[in-house]
Design a binder for this molecule. Sequence first.
Ligand code: G4F
Length: 326
Amino acid sequence: MPTALITGITGQDGQYLAEVLHGEGYRVFGLIPGQRNPRADLVASGLPYVELIEGDLADLSSLIAALEYTQPDEVYNLGAISFVALSFKQAELTANITGLGVLRLLEAIRLVGGTDNPVRFYQASSSEMFGKVRETPQNELTPLHPRSPYGSAKVFGHNTTVNYRESYGMYACSGILFNHESPRRGLEFVTRKVTNAVARIALGLQDEVALGNLDAKRDWGFAGDYVTAMHLMLQQPEPDDFVIATGKTHAVRDFVQLAFAAAGIDDWERYVRIDPRFFRPAEVDLLVGDASKARRVLGWEPKMAFEELVTTMVAHDLEAEQRKLS
Ligand code: G4F
Protein backbone atom coordinates (compact mmCIF):
# COMPACT_ATOMS: atom_id res chain seq x y z
CA MET A 1 0.00 0.00 0.00
CA PRO A 2 1.57 3.36 -0.99
CA THR A 3 1.78 5.93 1.80
CA ALA A 4 1.32 9.71 1.56
CA LEU A 5 1.96 12.45 4.09
CA ILE A 6 0.01 15.70 3.59
CA THR A 7 0.80 18.97 5.34
CA GLY A 8 -2.12 21.41 5.38
CA ILE A 9 -4.57 18.52 5.79
CA THR A 10 -7.22 20.77 7.39
CA GLY A 11 -7.40 23.08 4.35
CA GLN A 12 -9.60 22.79 1.28
CA ASP A 13 -6.89 21.17 -0.86
CA GLY A 14 -5.71 18.81 1.89
CA GLN A 15 -9.22 17.42 2.26
CA TYR A 16 -9.82 16.94 -1.48
CA LEU A 17 -6.38 15.40 -1.97
CA ALA A 18 -6.88 12.98 0.93
CA GLU A 19 -10.11 11.79 -0.72
CA VAL A 20 -8.35 11.24 -4.06
CA LEU A 21 -5.40 9.37 -2.50
CA HIS A 22 -7.66 7.25 -0.30
CA GLY A 23 -9.66 6.36 -3.44
CA GLU A 24 -6.38 5.30 -5.10
CA GLY A 25 -5.63 2.91 -2.24
CA TYR A 26 -3.11 5.04 -0.32
CA ARG A 27 -2.54 5.06 3.41
CA VAL A 28 -2.93 8.78 4.17
CA PHE A 29 -1.27 10.68 7.02
CA GLY A 30 -2.07 14.30 7.79
CA LEU A 31 0.30 16.59 9.67
CA ILE A 32 -1.50 18.66 12.32
CA PRO A 33 0.19 21.67 13.91
CA GLY A 34 -0.67 23.32 17.20
CA GLN A 35 -1.97 22.25 20.56
CA ARG A 36 -5.55 20.93 20.49
CA ASN A 37 -6.01 22.23 16.93
CA PRO A 38 -9.80 22.65 16.62
CA ARG A 39 -9.73 21.85 12.90
CA ALA A 40 -8.31 18.40 13.64
CA ASP A 41 -11.80 17.33 14.79
CA LEU A 42 -13.18 18.38 11.41
CA VAL A 43 -10.73 16.12 9.60
CA ALA A 44 -11.23 13.27 12.09
CA SER A 45 -15.02 13.30 11.55
CA GLY A 46 -15.07 14.14 7.80
CA LEU A 47 -12.12 11.99 6.70
CA PRO A 48 -11.93 9.16 9.27
CA TYR A 49 -9.35 7.20 7.25
CA VAL A 50 -6.75 9.98 7.54
CA GLU A 51 -4.22 9.24 10.29
CA LEU A 52 -3.33 12.48 12.04
CA ILE A 53 0.18 13.06 13.25
CA GLU A 54 1.54 16.05 15.16
CA GLY A 55 4.16 18.26 13.56
CA ASP A 56 4.81 21.81 12.48
CA LEU A 57 6.49 23.39 9.46
CA ALA A 58 8.23 25.72 11.94
CA ASP A 59 9.91 22.82 13.74
CA LEU A 60 12.49 20.73 11.84
CA SER A 61 12.77 17.95 14.43
CA SER A 62 8.99 17.44 14.41
CA LEU A 63 9.15 17.00 10.62
CA ILE A 64 11.98 14.49 10.91
CA ALA A 65 9.98 12.56 13.51
CA ALA A 66 6.87 12.62 11.31
CA LEU A 67 8.82 11.27 8.31
CA GLU A 68 10.51 8.56 10.37
CA TYR A 69 7.16 7.47 11.76
CA THR A 70 5.12 7.54 8.53
CA GLN A 71 7.82 6.41 6.04
CA PRO A 72 5.93 8.04 3.15
CA ASP A 73 6.36 7.35 -0.55
CA GLU A 74 4.92 10.78 -1.34
CA VAL A 75 4.91 14.06 0.62
CA TYR A 76 2.49 16.84 -0.37
CA ASN A 77 3.38 20.21 1.15
CA LEU A 78 0.08 22.10 1.18
CA GLY A 79 0.62 23.73 4.58
CA ALA A 80 1.06 27.51 4.57
CA ILE A 81 -0.18 30.84 5.79
CA SER A 82 -2.22 31.08 2.59
CA PHE A 83 -4.28 34.26 2.98
CA VAL A 84 -2.53 37.04 1.07
CA ALA A 85 -4.15 39.88 3.06
CA LEU A 86 -2.99 38.37 6.37
CA SER A 87 0.55 38.04 5.04
CA PHE A 88 0.87 41.85 4.95
CA LYS A 89 0.05 41.97 8.68
CA GLN A 90 2.09 38.91 9.70
CA ALA A 91 4.91 39.01 7.20
CA GLU A 92 7.53 37.34 9.37
CA LEU A 93 5.24 34.46 10.31
CA THR A 94 4.34 34.02 6.63
CA ALA A 95 8.00 33.92 5.62
CA ASN A 96 8.68 31.36 8.35
CA ILE A 97 5.83 28.95 7.56
CA THR A 98 5.12 29.49 3.85
CA GLY A 99 8.76 30.03 2.86
CA LEU A 100 11.20 28.50 5.33
CA GLY A 101 8.73 25.68 6.07
CA VAL A 102 9.45 24.30 2.57
CA LEU A 103 13.19 24.33 3.26
CA ARG A 104 12.70 22.52 6.58
CA LEU A 105 10.52 19.84 5.02
CA LEU A 106 12.92 19.26 2.12
CA GLU A 107 15.83 19.17 4.55
CA ALA A 108 13.98 16.64 6.73
CA ILE A 109 13.29 14.45 3.67
CA ARG A 110 16.95 14.70 2.65
CA LEU A 111 18.19 13.75 6.13
CA VAL A 112 15.75 10.88 6.63
CA GLY A 113 15.87 9.58 3.03
CA GLY A 114 19.63 9.51 2.61
CA THR A 115 21.20 8.76 -0.79
CA ASP A 116 18.92 7.44 -3.56
CA ASN A 117 16.11 9.15 -1.68
CA PRO A 118 12.89 7.34 -2.62
CA VAL A 119 10.50 10.04 -1.37
CA ARG A 120 8.56 12.03 -3.95
CA PHE A 121 7.83 15.62 -2.93
CA TYR A 122 5.11 18.02 -4.10
CA GLN A 123 5.35 21.75 -3.36
CA ALA A 124 2.21 23.89 -3.54
CA SER A 125 3.56 26.84 -5.48
CA SER A 126 1.20 29.64 -6.43
CA SER A 127 0.26 31.97 -9.27
CA GLU A 128 0.71 34.78 -6.70
CA MET A 129 4.42 34.41 -7.54
CA PHE A 130 3.73 36.06 -10.92
CA GLY A 131 2.33 39.14 -9.13
CA LYS A 132 2.91 42.14 -11.38
CA VAL A 133 2.76 39.93 -14.42
CA ARG A 134 5.48 40.18 -17.06
CA GLU A 135 3.48 38.33 -19.73
CA THR A 136 -0.01 36.97 -20.34
CA PRO A 137 -0.90 34.16 -20.07
CA GLN A 138 1.61 33.02 -17.45
CA ASN A 139 3.48 29.72 -17.90
CA GLU A 140 6.29 27.81 -16.15
CA LEU A 141 8.94 30.15 -17.63
CA THR A 142 7.25 33.49 -16.91
CA PRO A 143 9.50 35.66 -14.68
CA LEU A 144 8.35 35.99 -11.07
CA HIS A 145 7.45 39.37 -9.54
CA PRO A 146 5.63 38.79 -6.20
CA ARG A 147 3.47 41.56 -4.73
CA SER A 148 3.00 40.40 -1.13
CA PRO A 149 4.90 38.73 1.72
CA TYR A 150 2.91 35.61 0.80
CA GLY A 151 4.02 35.80 -2.84
CA SER A 152 7.64 36.37 -1.80
CA ALA A 153 7.54 33.39 0.57
CA LYS A 154 6.07 31.20 -2.18
CA VAL A 155 8.89 32.26 -4.53
CA PHE A 156 11.40 31.16 -1.89
CA GLY A 157 9.63 27.81 -1.50
CA HIS A 158 9.43 27.34 -5.26
CA ASN A 159 13.11 28.14 -5.85
CA THR A 160 14.13 25.94 -2.92
CA THR A 161 12.20 23.01 -4.40
CA VAL A 162 13.94 23.42 -7.77
CA ASN A 163 17.27 23.80 -5.97
CA TYR A 164 16.88 20.55 -3.97
CA ARG A 165 15.97 18.73 -7.16
CA GLU A 166 19.06 20.06 -8.94
CA SER A 167 21.49 19.83 -6.00
CA TYR A 168 20.57 16.49 -4.48
CA GLY A 169 18.73 14.75 -7.32
CA MET A 170 15.59 14.64 -5.19
CA TYR A 171 12.25 13.89 -6.80
CA ALA A 172 10.74 17.31 -6.08
CA CYS A 173 7.90 18.86 -8.12
CA SER A 174 6.31 22.25 -7.96
CA GLY A 175 2.69 22.80 -8.96
CA ILE A 176 2.04 26.45 -9.81
CA LEU A 177 -1.66 26.49 -9.09
CA PHE A 178 -3.88 29.39 -10.03
CA ASN A 179 -6.83 30.26 -7.76
CA HIS A 180 -8.98 27.24 -7.02
CA GLU A 181 -12.18 27.32 -5.05
CA SER A 182 -14.96 25.09 -3.70
CA PRO A 183 -17.65 24.95 -1.03
CA ARG A 184 -14.80 23.99 1.31
CA ARG A 185 -12.95 27.26 0.72
CA GLY A 186 -12.31 29.36 3.84
CA LEU A 187 -14.67 32.31 4.40
CA GLU A 188 -11.79 34.80 4.29
CA PHE A 189 -11.21 34.29 0.55
CA VAL A 190 -13.29 36.47 -1.76
CA THR A 191 -15.21 33.71 -3.55
CA ARG A 192 -16.54 31.99 -0.44
CA LYS A 193 -17.00 35.31 1.38
CA VAL A 194 -19.28 36.35 -1.49
CA THR A 195 -21.22 33.08 -1.91
CA ASN A 196 -21.82 32.87 1.84
CA ALA A 197 -22.97 36.51 1.96
CA VAL A 198 -25.23 36.02 -1.07
CA ALA A 199 -26.90 33.05 0.62
CA ARG A 200 -27.45 35.02 3.82
CA ILE A 201 -28.74 38.09 1.96
CA ALA A 202 -31.15 35.93 -0.09
CA LEU A 203 -32.50 34.45 3.15
CA GLY A 204 -32.82 37.86 4.83
CA LEU A 205 -30.07 37.12 7.37
CA GLN A 206 -27.67 39.85 6.22
CA ASP A 207 -28.16 43.26 4.54
CA GLU A 208 -24.92 43.78 2.61
CA VAL A 209 -21.39 42.54 2.01
CA ALA A 210 -18.28 44.77 2.32
CA LEU A 211 -15.63 44.12 -0.35
CA GLY A 212 -12.38 45.62 -1.65
CA ASN A 213 -11.04 45.74 -5.20
CA LEU A 214 -13.66 44.43 -7.65
CA ASP A 215 -11.41 45.02 -10.69
CA ALA A 216 -8.79 42.36 -9.91
CA LYS A 217 -8.92 39.47 -12.37
CA ARG A 218 -8.32 35.86 -11.46
CA ASP A 219 -8.16 32.49 -13.25
CA TRP A 220 -10.56 30.53 -11.02
CA GLY A 221 -10.91 26.74 -11.17
CA PHE A 222 -12.40 24.00 -8.98
CA ALA A 223 -10.14 22.71 -6.19
CA GLY A 224 -11.37 19.13 -6.67
CA ASP A 225 -10.02 19.19 -10.24
CA TYR A 226 -6.70 20.72 -9.20
CA VAL A 227 -5.69 18.15 -6.55
CA THR A 228 -5.76 15.41 -9.19
CA ALA A 229 -2.96 17.32 -10.96
CA MET A 230 -0.84 17.18 -7.77
CA HIS A 231 -1.10 13.40 -7.71
CA LEU A 232 -0.41 13.09 -11.45
CA MET A 233 2.77 15.16 -11.10
CA LEU A 234 4.25 12.66 -8.65
CA GLN A 235 3.51 9.70 -10.98
CA GLN A 236 5.78 10.95 -13.81
CA PRO A 237 9.17 9.34 -14.57
CA GLU A 238 10.98 12.66 -13.94
CA PRO A 239 10.14 15.49 -11.51
CA ASP A 240 9.15 18.81 -13.07
CA ASP A 241 7.12 22.00 -12.54
CA PHE A 242 3.63 22.57 -13.94
CA VAL A 243 1.17 25.46 -14.21
CA ILE A 244 -2.37 24.37 -13.33
CA ALA A 245 -5.07 26.77 -14.53
CA THR A 246 -8.22 27.05 -16.66
CA GLY A 247 -6.82 29.64 -19.10
CA LYS A 248 -9.83 31.92 -18.53
CA THR A 249 -9.91 35.04 -16.39
CA HIS A 250 -12.75 36.94 -14.71
CA ALA A 251 -12.94 40.08 -12.59
CA VAL A 252 -14.04 39.83 -8.96
CA ARG A 253 -17.03 41.94 -10.11
CA ASP A 254 -18.08 39.13 -12.54
CA PHE A 255 -17.93 36.58 -9.73
CA VAL A 256 -20.07 38.80 -7.50
CA GLN A 257 -22.66 39.47 -10.21
CA LEU A 258 -22.94 35.79 -11.13
CA ALA A 259 -23.20 34.71 -7.49
CA PHE A 260 -26.10 37.11 -6.79
CA ALA A 261 -27.80 36.05 -10.03
CA ALA A 262 -27.51 32.40 -8.96
CA ALA A 263 -29.64 33.30 -5.93
CA GLY A 264 -32.15 35.18 -8.09
CA ILE A 265 -30.86 38.69 -7.25
CA ASP A 266 -30.13 40.88 -10.30
CA ASP A 267 -29.58 44.30 -8.67
CA TRP A 268 -26.43 43.10 -6.86
CA GLU A 269 -24.89 46.59 -6.52
CA ARG A 270 -27.55 47.46 -3.89
CA TYR A 271 -26.00 44.90 -1.57
CA VAL A 272 -22.28 45.56 -2.07
CA ARG A 273 -20.39 48.20 -0.08
CA ILE A 274 -16.80 49.04 -1.03
CA ASP A 275 -14.64 49.15 2.08
CA PRO A 276 -11.03 50.44 1.87
CA ARG A 277 -10.05 47.98 4.63
CA PHE A 278 -10.16 45.19 2.06
CA PHE A 279 -7.74 46.81 -0.39
CA ARG A 280 -4.14 45.54 -0.25
CA PRO A 281 -0.92 47.61 -0.13
CA ALA A 282 -0.03 46.10 -3.52
CA GLU A 283 -2.44 44.20 -5.74
CA VAL A 284 -2.08 41.41 -8.29
CA ASP A 285 -4.23 42.86 -11.06
CA LEU A 286 -4.45 40.06 -13.60
CA LEU A 287 -3.83 36.34 -13.51
CA VAL A 288 -4.48 33.89 -16.33
CA GLY A 289 -2.56 30.66 -16.67
CA ASP A 290 -1.29 28.63 -19.62
CA ALA A 291 -1.61 24.98 -18.54
CA SER A 292 -0.67 23.50 -21.93
CA LYS A 293 2.35 21.67 -20.47
CA ALA A 294 0.11 19.95 -17.88
CA ARG A 295 -2.35 19.01 -20.61
CA ARG A 296 0.42 17.59 -22.79
CA VAL A 297 2.56 15.78 -20.20
CA LEU A 298 0.07 14.90 -17.45
CA GLY A 299 -3.05 14.56 -19.59
CA TRP A 300 -4.71 16.88 -17.05
CA GLU A 301 -7.50 19.28 -17.75
CA PRO A 302 -10.03 21.17 -15.64
CA LYS A 303 -13.55 19.78 -15.70
CA MET A 304 -15.66 22.40 -13.93
CA ALA A 305 -16.27 25.71 -15.73
CA PHE A 306 -16.41 29.10 -13.96
CA GLU A 307 -20.21 29.45 -14.13
CA GLU A 308 -20.77 25.98 -12.65
CA LEU A 309 -18.23 26.69 -9.90
CA VAL A 310 -20.06 29.87 -8.85
CA THR A 311 -23.52 28.28 -8.92
CA THR A 312 -22.30 25.18 -7.05
CA MET A 313 -20.80 27.32 -4.28
CA VAL A 314 -23.93 29.47 -3.97
CA ALA A 315 -26.20 26.40 -3.90
CA HIS A 316 -24.05 24.84 -1.18
CA ASP A 317 -24.12 27.99 0.96
CA LEU A 318 -27.88 28.46 0.51
CA GLU A 319 -28.46 24.91 1.69
CA ALA A 320 -26.04 25.26 4.62
CA GLU A 321 -27.62 28.52 5.81
CA GLN A 322 -31.13 27.09 5.41
CA ARG A 323 -30.12 24.04 7.44
CA LYS A 324 -28.97 26.31 10.27
CA LEU A 325 -32.43 27.93 10.30
CA SER A 326 -34.38 24.67 10.62
O1 G4F B 1 -9.72 35.34 -2.70
P1 G4F B 1 -8.47 36.12 -2.49
O2 G4F B 1 -8.15 36.48 -1.10
O3 G4F B 1 -7.32 35.28 -3.20
P2 G4F B 1 -5.85 35.67 -3.73
O4 G4F B 1 -5.32 36.85 -3.04
O5 G4F B 1 -5.94 35.74 -5.21
O6 G4F B 1 -5.01 34.41 -3.29
C1 G4F B 1 -5.49 33.08 -3.44
O7 G4F B 1 -5.03 32.53 -4.65
C2 G4F B 1 -3.61 32.34 -4.72
C3 G4F B 1 -3.30 31.74 -6.10
O8 G4F B 1 -3.15 32.78 -7.02
C4 G4F B 1 -3.15 31.43 -3.60
F1 G4F B 1 -1.83 31.23 -3.69
C5 G4F B 1 -3.52 32.07 -2.27
O9 G4F B 1 -3.14 31.23 -1.20
C6 G4F B 1 -5.04 32.26 -2.24
O10 G4F B 1 -5.64 30.99 -2.28
O11 G4F B 1 -8.54 37.49 -3.33
C7 G4F B 1 -8.80 37.49 -4.72
C8 G4F B 1 -8.96 38.92 -5.19
C9 G4F B 1 -7.84 39.86 -4.74
O12 G4F B 1 -7.46 40.67 -5.82
C10 G4F B 1 -8.46 40.73 -3.67
O13 G4F B 1 -7.91 42.03 -3.56
O14 G4F B 1 -10.15 39.47 -4.61
C11 G4F B 1 -9.89 40.79 -4.17
N1 G4F B 1 -10.87 41.13 -3.14
C12 G4F B 1 -11.79 42.13 -3.24
N2 G4F B 1 -12.52 42.20 -2.11
C13 G4F B 1 -11.02 40.54 -1.94
C14 G4F B 1 -12.05 41.21 -1.29
N3 G4F B 1 -10.36 39.50 -1.38
C15 G4F B 1 -10.76 39.10 -0.14
N4 G4F B 1 -10.14 38.04 0.42
N5 G4F B 1 -11.76 39.75 0.55
C16 G4F B 1 -12.44 40.81 0.02
O15 G4F B 1 -13.33 41.38 0.66
